[in-house]
Design a protein around this ligand. Structure first.
Ligand code: ATP
Ligand code: MEV
Ligand code: MG
Length: 411
């Protein structure tokens, strides 16, 4: 069989019901995948020795291009090839490599710099790609070049795990294209959260996506990449996951305040508070964990929100959303890192569609965008070269997940 010439990967966003921030300190959190809101990456093989990355969602209308030969491989060799794939151990994070990559993105390739200025957000997205590529390159099995196209249903930097779904797609496509994992052959859904062996493809994807999240967030808990990899609805504690029954049945309204923020800064803010007042902040994190452990008590949503506010990650726009939904006796809280971004509102079973329409239009009149959703469903999904996918078709498709009905899942 001829070797694959392209892969299309998709991975979902996520929503956290209880436990954001506390989960960074080893406490339990509850989260579910957003099956209908996904990131998609098309990897196309090329033979020109170049890496091309297209990030239109981040406002880059021209590709970023690097010669593969310019990548700082010596930094990878110094730390180890980092492909100890049969171990449960966390992969060592290669700070040296990351330091080398930043100048490459900014001025290592005159071609990139001449064409367009690169902002911090775009630089981070490019660094993640180069970090994974350089770490995973395997001269024996790798393609001799690739063109990578990224698109997403998810708002970037709004608390719905856009970074994790980007990280999971990148890790999956690169592990496949660089010869580390085989193409899955199952068409069954993959919401299996039982870690099925440390050398399983899903485990490898999750561990490399965690490295990518470290490039983006600093010190992530790993919950977002785990949900984007495995899908489903889970409780997560220090890397261990269990399915949560009942969470998938709940209906939510998600409201994007459109106040941009980044997770790294929000997590760092809580860290400063924690380091200064550990005896005060630790009990707050414990209380948040208490809610994750009794997550069926839905009115705890308000208390969770107040506790997150006390950690300094609230925003006046989130309070506005809470006021409007409270007028209809609904409970809301920030979701994800906070500081703006999205608000999660639990919809009662008895709420009518008329009432939901009224709430949505009240929110829209303040410039907020809201939509109904449920959690659970597939994690990472793959289409290989047995299906013809043109770049144009990929980039112009509105609903890629539905357009291609041949997604395969790792088991
Ligand atoms: N479609 C995308 N294309 C390229 N990079 C992306 C994309 N989506 C996210 N990213 C990367 O992720 C970063 C945003 O991640 P951040 O963690 O701040 O927000 P989030 O993941 O949306 O929210 P949260 O972590 O609270 O769920 C961007 O700066 C970019 O580097
Ligand atoms: C704020 C945080 O708890 C969730 C971000 O979606 C950060 C993390 O868990 O890495
Ligand atoms: Mg993120």
């Amino acid at each position: 069989m001829s070797s694959p010439t392209h892969y299309l990967i998709s991975a979902p966003g996520k929503v956290i019901l209880f436990g954001e921030h506390a989960v960074v300190y080893g406490k339990t959190a509850i989260a579910g995948s957003l099956d209908g809101l996904r990131t998609y990456i098309l990897f196309e093989k090329s033979d020109d020795g170049l890496l091309e990355l297209n990030l239109p969602k981040l406002g880059l209308h021209l590709p970023l291009i690097w010669p593969i030969s310019a990548l700082p491989y010596s930094k990878v060799a110094a730390v180890s090839k980092a492909t100890d794939n049969n171990s449960s151990q966390e992969l060592a994070f290669n700070e040296e490599l990351l330091k080398e990559l930043k100048p490459i993105v900014l001025d290592g390739n005159a071609k990139n710099k001449d064409i367009q200025e690169i902002n911090e957000l775009q630089q981070v997205a490019a660094s993640v790609f180069l970090y994974l590529y350089t770490s995973l390159e395997d001269k024996q099995n790798s393609w001799c070049g690739m063109k990578v196209h990224v698109t997403s249903d998810l708002p970037v930097g709004a608390g719905l795990g856009s970074s994790a779904s980007y990280s999971v797609c990148l890790a999956t496509g690169l592990l496949l294209a660089l010869g580390h994992i085989p193409v899955p052959n199952s068409n069954e859904g993959n919401t299996d959260t039982s870690f099925s062996g440390y050398s399983s493809p899903m485990n490898l994807i999750n561990r490399w996506a965690f490295q990518a999240e470290k490039v983006i967030h600093g010190i992530p808990s790993g919950i977002d990449n785990a949900v984007a990899t495995y899908g489903g609805a889970v409780s997560f504690t220090k890397g261990e996951m269990e399915n949560v029954i009942g969470f998938q049945l709940l209906r939510f309204l998600l409201t994007n305040t459109k106040i941009s923020r980044d997770t790294r800064a929000q997590v760092a803010k809580v860290r400063v508070l924690y380091d200064k007042y550990p005896h005060i902040v630790d009990p707050i994190l414990e209380a948040i964990e208490g809610m994750s452990l009794s997550f069926n008590e839905i009115e705890l949503i308000d208390i969770n929100h107040y506790l997150l506010n006390s950690l300094g990650v609230g925003h006046s726009s989130i309070d506005r959303v809470r006021e409007i939904t409270a007028q209809h006796s609904l409970h809301s809280k920030l979701t994800g890192a906070g500081g703006g971004g999205c608000v999660l509102t639990l919809l009662r079973d008895d709420i009518t569609s008329d009432e939901i329409t009224k709430i949505k239009s009240a929110l829209a009149s303040l410039g907020f965008e809201s939509f109904e959703t449920q959690v659970g469903g597939n994690g990472v999904s793959v289409i290989d070269s047995s299906v013809t996918i043109s770049k144009q078709e990929f980039l112009s498709s509105e609903n890629i997940q539905q357009k291609f009905s041949v997604w395969k899942h790792f088991t």
